[in-house]
Design a protein around this ligand. Sequence first.
Ligand code: ZN
Length: 665
Amino acid sequence: MRAGLAVLLVVGCLPEEASDSVTGTPRLDAATTDASTPAPDAAAGDADPDAATLDPDAAAPDPDVGFQAVVDRTCPGDPGCEAGAETTLRVGAGAQIISDLGYEKPLLEYLEMRGDCNELQGERCGQLERSFLLNCGTDRLCEGDEGYPGPDEDGTEGDRDEDAVPYYDYFRDCGFDDICPGEDGYEGPDEGEGNKRFEGLWIAGFGLNRPAIGVHDHAWARTVAIEHGNTLVTVTSVDAVGLFYDDVKRIRVRARELLAEQLPEVDLDLAIVSATHSHEVPDTMGLWTGDVDPEVPIPQETGVKPYYIAQLRERAAISIAEAVGQLQPANMRVGRTNTGIDGFLRDSRVPRIINDEMGVIRFTDLTGDTIATLVNWGNHPETLGGDNNLISSDFAGPLRDGVEDGIPDSVGTEAREGLGGVCVYLQGTVGGLMTPLRVPVLDSEGSEIPDKSFERNDVFGWRLAEHALDAVEAGEDVEDPAVIFTTSEFNIPVFNRLYHLGFIVDLFDRELVEWNDQGTIGPGNTPHVRTQIAILRIGPVTMYTVPGELFPELAIGGYDGSHSFGLDIIDADDEHAPDLSAAPSGPYLNDIMPGEYPWVLGLGNDELGYLVPPYDFVVHESAAYFVEPPGDHYEETNSVGPDIVPRILTVLETLAAHLHDAGPE
Ligand SMILES: [Zn+2]
């Protein structure tokens, strides 16, 4: 996550009427949300005692006592999941496009030209102009503006129906086919046409108001299914900025429905669903809305469009059923490599600790053809930046294409053959904060390829594919890999007051638990979210999910400078640097995992923001989560709170110990 909510909600005083206009949700007290005058002693005001409010002290956490991890399920071994006599490894793969749907597009005149984005993308690009909600017609000129020619002849000026759904001028309201009456191919009104709502898609990851105007390369849901004995698991990767556990559960339900219809004899034991964290695909969380009326500085609605998330869930479920339907006897090869940081990785937050390890698995059928190749590597898929309006999976696209179809001879790569099959990219340690932005990517002549360009994204992804192909080549074949997993569901307290606001105005389609939804949010009444962690062993590979953006140091340590790549781990003159003497001494997560190849599945089964090591978790004294304190502490503003990492560590330690006992060494 980047920028989103802080931009969204740190907007000054919230008008009382804005909260009144939100029906069916707990009421929000304006006095406590004034970010411009953060005051922990601000009174809760005259809030309705029958509805939830925000307590200004909510940032002071309840003491996290008594949390205990519970192992929910282990397969094989648990009832209903007995070990089978059959021990052949069987593998299948599925891949479904998500982003092939109709939606309304903004009028390009309303897109703000920023920097060199037009030149780089070859299209109009950027965010909607701040004036996009003014009701001045399609010429954007209001009475009194220079050159005002009079009311727009098409009748779009001053046509907003203040009493009904607002009708704005930045889109044509021609429905999902984007064809208006009188245009070629018009066959009558289609869905969304003339409903006075923008049925478009807001691209997630950077700032607000970034509407999609087309597709550069599609967003995908890709799944590998793995069966050994009676244990059947699927691992799905979706090109999304993040998926909530609630959506993961919906995808599982739908996948099991499809399997019950298509393969009634099949019993799917675990479906892991992770997000790639692409910052160039439509919002799936709710933070990256548009439609923010400058006169009412609070988001009017979530950035998630119901038709997009519905299609995403359906296609993800289909990819799971498809992969299970393709199961066949398979061989496994595993490998790893280090990409280095040049041309790939930058750590924008001290301490500079970077995890450049890439893990690969190649599954082949008994004739040697590739079924699937899995690639695990951590970085933000945001090479295209925040002004791109074309849907894209970012570097995951050329990475996967390069592994499958080969790498072309390009400005920065030499031709190379691919492996065929389906490539699944799995996000790794992305937090803390790993970015490709402002990392020089050089062409074969040594010249820098323009930042944020599609060309740079291609070379970036193809070079990752080169590393993946190398790692497969140098890898080791695994004889008779056992498959075993264990899972735990648990609750995490949400202390982030920005997220509280987001829940109150219904930005998030996510259930809250362990709280009184009619009470005041604060100590004694902290909303919690439910999440799940899974550890999956496939032979020597141990994949462990983390429900967010894990700082690499939590997985690998590196506080001794061993993962700083010759850079200063912190700058000598950094007066706000974290106290490394307080950093944990290990063992770290990768150390406690059984098996030889630990893989972090970042944003696995959930996305709860950044997972900040507790010793370095700092929020602003008087405006926690609204304002960054001095030093590198942006990530805390996009974190649920200080208790999430301790709980995750407890759960992972418990599950890993359980697997050590239950599984082969
Ligand atoms: Zn992020």
